[in-house]
Design a binder for this molecule. Sequence first.
Ligand SMILES: NC(=O)c1ccc[n+]([C@@H]2O[C@H](COP(=O)([O-])OP(=O)(O)OC[C@H]3O[C@@H](n4cnc5c(N)ncnc54)[C@H](OP(=O)(O)O)[C@@H]3O)[C@@H](O)[C@H]2O)c1
Length: 252
Amino acid sequence: MWNLKGKKAVITGGTKGIGRAAVLEFLNLEAEVLFTARNKDEVKIFEEELKAQGLPAKGIVSDCCLKEDQLKLCSWIKKNWGEAHILVNNAGINIRKTAADYNEEEYRKVLEVNLIAPFELSRKLYPFLKNSGNASIVNVASSAAIQDVGTGTPYAMSKSGLLQQSRSLAVEWAQEGIRVNAMSPWFTETPLTKTYLAQQEKIEPILRRTPLKRVAKAEEMAAVIAFLAMDKSSYITGQNIVADGGMSINAI
Ligand SMILES: NC(=O)c1ccc[n+]([C@@H]2O[C@H](COP(=O)([O-])OP(=O)(O)OC[C@H]3O[C@@H](n4cnc5c(N)ncnc54)[C@H](OP(=O)(O)O)[C@@H]3O)[C@@H](O)[C@H]2O)c1
């Protein structure tokens, strides 16, 4: 069971960063993967790259917030798979500002992508997941869900909401054979954090606070996602695995 053989997995935000690493990890573990992102060219290029290696991957241009795109995803699953075993709600954004500087449209967008879209996709994929037997939803949250890490209040609100969404759905859907968990990365090298981590005044306090003295690689987050997705974690539901190099247990 240390693999994802026979599993059909949907991964949102699969062209870059943690999502891309998860697509590669899942394929390596023998899953079939459907990944999404908004940039058409990037979806096509990544899909062709994977297909050239003979890997069972399909990319769909889909904005996780748009109803018609969510339905497009469901139609593809219905037509091609008939069921899905895994949903990874990975797509996420941040707009770095102080609370007073946000306008309403900006903070609603952060909540829409990070909190509402995972709920809506979980609900829309529920019929496919519950029919598959052992299903698993993995929500990618953040260290910002449980403590202030200077990434802004709307992002923190969205990610802490995602943790409780995971717990409540885990209880609601346990009888249907669907486990729901979250994993929380600390700073990880991805396009999302590239500019931020390139600033000396930002990276220094991060490294000082992190016992492992480095930020994470996307592959290290993908490994945790894969564990929560596979049947080896069959007794774990409603949990949040924090992958933070020891940051949160380091008081001084
Ligand atoms: N990197 C970190 O340090 C860190 C730390 C804690 C938590 N996280 C969380 O980890 C997750 C992945 O972060 P990352 O750093 O890998 O981000 P990233 O490098 O910016 O990649 C995000 C991926 O999501 C896609 N995406 C963005 N908005 C989308 C939407 N509305 N619909 C569909 N796809 C969308 C992007 O492609 P398109 O732009 O083409 O859509 C891209 O493929 C996020 O939930 C983030 O909050 C990251």
